[in-house]
Each structure stands twice: as structure tokens, then as C-alpha cells.
Design a protein around this ligand. Sequence first.
Ligand code: SPV
Ligand code: MN
Length: 631
Amino acid sequence: MSVDRILESKLGPGSLRKLLALNNTPLNEIIADAIIKFQPDSVFVSTGSPEDLDRVREQAIKRGEEKRLVLPGHTIHYDGYEDQGRDPVNTKFLASGGTSLGPALNSVDRQEGLDEIDRIMNGIMRGKEMIVSFYSLGPLGTEFAIPCLQITDSYYVAHSEDILYRSGYGLFKNQRGKEEFFAFLHSAGATENGVSRDIDLRRMFIDLENNVVYSVNTQYAGNTVAAKKLAHRLAIRKAAEEDWLSEHFFVSAVPSYEGGKITYIAGAFPSWCGKTSTSMLFNIVGDDLAHVRKKDGKVYAANVEKGIFGVIKDVNPEDDPYCHELLVRPGEVIFSNVLEADGRPYWQGMGKVDIPSEGYNHSGLWSQGKKDDNGKSIPVSHDNARFCVALEGVENYDSTQVVELEGIVYGGRSSKRPVPVSQSYGWVHGVFYGASIESEPTAATVGGSSAKVIINPMANTEFVSIPIGKYLEKHVQFATELKEPPRIFYVNYFLRDEAGEFLNTKMDKKVWIRWIERRINGEVGAYATPTGFIPGYEDLAELFKRELGASYSQDQYELQFVMRVPELLEKLEIVEKFYQEETSVIPKEIFEMINAQRGLLLKAQKTYGNNHISPFKFENYGVPESLTQPF
Ligand code: SPV
Ligand code: MN
């Protein structure tokens, strides 16, 4: 059958008209091919028009993928009990020659992968409707925009994507080749009680040669909303080829105290390290993914998305006032994997609210004390339960589409190592900050065992689709011709004392980010230490007062900013081992930084005769030359 005949056989006149108006042969071919393989009963094409968006919302309810809650616009969706997060084991790159990407990247021989996916997805949409929609990664009308085609049989996925991404229908007009767009093919597969049943056949396969991603037998958005992490993997590769960066960055706008200046900073933390709440402390541009480009000696960033798919756990009025507000007022929100009782959503850490003793959650009918098959108590909501909401209409949304980036913040979760905030001595030292992001599993308690520490370069490990050495090389080289590259910082919100208590409150991060803004603008000084510039006590005391109305004692400062030499040396070992074991060629600058950093720490330990060195000891410490090189 010809492509036209195939399309005519499944698309109604409205959908056909919308598709043919694009005059896009490669697009028509890919849709026709999906029809033949997946055999949907019908196909709906959404242009992102208000009517089409409405239909998607409606169908998500009608087909039982979402349920309306009491507040207008609020709906709830469930993923299967075993389908509550990204599945890195079954997320694979398809690479010709199998292992050409190196053992660190989870890959499978391309043909083998395509054959497997063909087998699994053959006829998988029988009895269902296929939805075709179009998105743009990044703002339309700018060089950031990348067209994305989504094909799915899940109205929940299409709905989430409509909330999270700019519509890209217009970008597909008159395209001449498949290489002009990313394509995502998803099916939830057979469902039971509304959730994907065949979890053992869950696959996310990324065809790097053709910029096509397949995702099947899963609903969790991190596996299915392809414009998110699946596209991010394709974008990292594209960026490396075209000399820009695709990063796991939030972007935030920090207005100066004096008014008149807004400083844009970006930052990467692994999941569950406070990224969304950091992005919302001042004004939010985006909370998860940004593309970064250079132009005329300056660095610009754009939010890939236009919404938030955030962790809901611990969103409460005290810790996350802006986020919380979004979840308790009318407006379009998809809650996932939280407790529903009498049409209202409840989640872990939501604040001073009486949680009903029964309801429905990610485990099905739930009552207080319910246990899973392993005898473990099932909480009110899953740890990775989420909310999905558009940024438009968020009180502190800064809708500037492309922003000049002046600072980058890396951060992780460490109970005993990096100080709460420090500034690198230069770009390469900052790349080293990013390359050594450390994350303890969230369950780690006092002094979490080093064996469990995960090194997560730029919080991007899971998504890097080129050899990690090449990825870091791109970072090192990015700033070579920039006169004033963005300043780079490191934050750690998770220091604990001997008794295992956190040394900081959740709101303290506002002070660190404010200090970063002041520092970028030359409004505060800093003290050099062996690991970077740190804030002075007086400056912080003033910022604590101004930002939080809180007092900040010298003792607190000393406890938080003490340099924990043996712990830091131990981390260097872990980082060094991580990169020594890498098979790709790691830029020499990374090893130079590790060695220089180690030398400075050992020297400081000797000079000050102490394992834990008070920050006050560094008042006259000079900027170490070994960390300022080469730029
Ligand atoms: C993250 O876990 O980093 C997320 C959510 O942003 S996911 O969509 O799962 O990637
Ligand atoms: Mn993320």
C-alpha cells in the first residue's frame, strides 16, 4: 500500500488534513510505517491547537488514564507499581557494531535492538488510538528549536507532553529529510487496571543513527515523555557535533537587591537533590533541561521545556512555597502516584495536613500500614511521585526565552564533604566540580559509606550518549575563546553532624544562591581555600538576616565551612578511580585537577596540623595557581 493509502485508512478527514498541510514526506512515511507496525484502530493528529489540546485532556479521562480531582484542572494518573521511575537497565543505545560506544554506555547492537523492538511492538496498538503530536525542544523562532515528533497510544503521555513542551507543529512544514527532526515512538502496551502490564518487556531503545527513540510497556513519564530524558540523550550527541551543550540544568533568574539587574544562573544536581526547589527560590526559567550556546563571546541558555515534572515529596508551604501554591489552587496539574481520597491528592511531606487513613494510591487500594510483598510499609505516595504543571501562570516564572548565562552551579548530596557553597578558581576547575558531582543514595545516613557514593558527571551520567571523555572534553573546550566564561560554583545542601542531623535548614539554599548572585556581580568578597573561594562569615550573616530573617552564628559557619581534609581526599580517590576505569580518553585537565587538588589538601593538612581545618584559618590563604590553570 502507498503511504497515502495507509494514512487514509486510519486517519479521519480532520487528522489527515492537518498532517497533509505539513507537506512533509519523511514525516508521512514514518507515521505510515508506525501504522503498519503497530496497527492502531485509528490515528489522531494534534496540532497543539486549543481544540486539539482539549481533546487530548478529555481522552485521557475518558480512557481511564487520568481521573478528575476536586479542584478544577487537577487530574491524577497512576503508573504500575513496578513502573515508578526511569529504568536505566532497559534503556539502551542502539549502536552499529554493538559496543562502539564503550562499555560505560548501555548499548545493544543496532540491528539486534531493532529486531527486538519490532517483535515487541508488532501490533501493539490494536484496539487503541494512535496519537501524533509535534513539539519543539527550546523556544520557537530561535536557533535552539529542535522539532520533535511524538507518536504514542497514551493520552496521558500526550497530555503531559502538551503541558511540558512548546508545540512544534509549524516546524514540520516542508521538511525534506528525516534528519531534520527527532522521532519518538511509544506504546504503553497491554494494560491491566489502567497500567502497563508487561513490565518485563519494558524497553527504551535510542537509535542514535536515525534520531529515533522507541519506548514500550511503560507509562512513567521519565521513560515515555520522550521530549524529556530520551530526547536529552539525542540532544547531547547533536550538541557535541555542533559545539553547544545539552545539560541537565535548571535555569533561574536572580534579581539584584538594588533592582535593575537580573542574573541568570543554571545548575545541575542529580535527582532528589533539590533541583526543582532551587530553580524556584527566586524566579524560575526552567527546572530540568537547558541547551547552552555561545554567541559573540557570550553564553546563552534556553529552557528546553515550558513546564515542570517535579518530585512532589516534601513540597509543603514552608519548604517550597511557590511549588506548593501551584498544587493547591485550581489550574491544570497532573498528579502521579500520590494518594487520592475523596477526590483530593495527598503526598508524603505535604505539611500540616491530616492524611486520610485510606484511599487509592500507586499500590491500589491503600490503608495506613499496608505492606508490600516484602513486608515493607507502603507510604502514602511513592518517593518518586510527581506533579506535572505548565510554567505559564506560575507566580515567579521568568518567561524570557533565551537568557545570558553568568553562573553555573553543580551540586550533589554529601553528608560529610563539600562545604555548602564554594566558587571555582576558573572554568576548568569548575568543569572539575561538575565532573566530580557526588551523590549518596538518599537512604544513606550518618557519614554514608563511601562504597555507595556515586560519581555523576554534570548529573548527566544516565543521559550521556557519547563517550564520557568526549563529553568532558566538550565542556573543557567550551570556554576557550570566551573572555568571561560563566562563573562555576558547587553547593551541598546535605551536610550532617556527628549525630546525623542536617547542618542546614532547607531554606538555607536561598542564602547560598544569593551569595552566588552577589559574587558574580562583584558585590561580595570571598576567601580562597584549597578547594575554591568560600563566603566570609560577615557576608553570610548579613544574607541570612536579609533573605531569611535569621541569625547565623560563627559556630554554625565554622561547623558548615570546616575543611574536612580526609573526607575530601577520600572523595578524590573515588573520583580518580571512576575516571581511571573509564575506557574513553578522559581529558588530561581532569587528572591535573585531581592531582592539584590532592596536593593542596595534603599541604593544608600539614600546614595547619589538623584534619578538619576551620574556615577562619584561611584568611590569608592565596589563590592557588595550580587550580587557576589553564583558564
Ligand atoms: C529526573 O529524575 O531527573 C527527572 C524526572 O527530571 S525524569 O523525567 O524521570 O527524568
Ligand atoms: Mn531531571
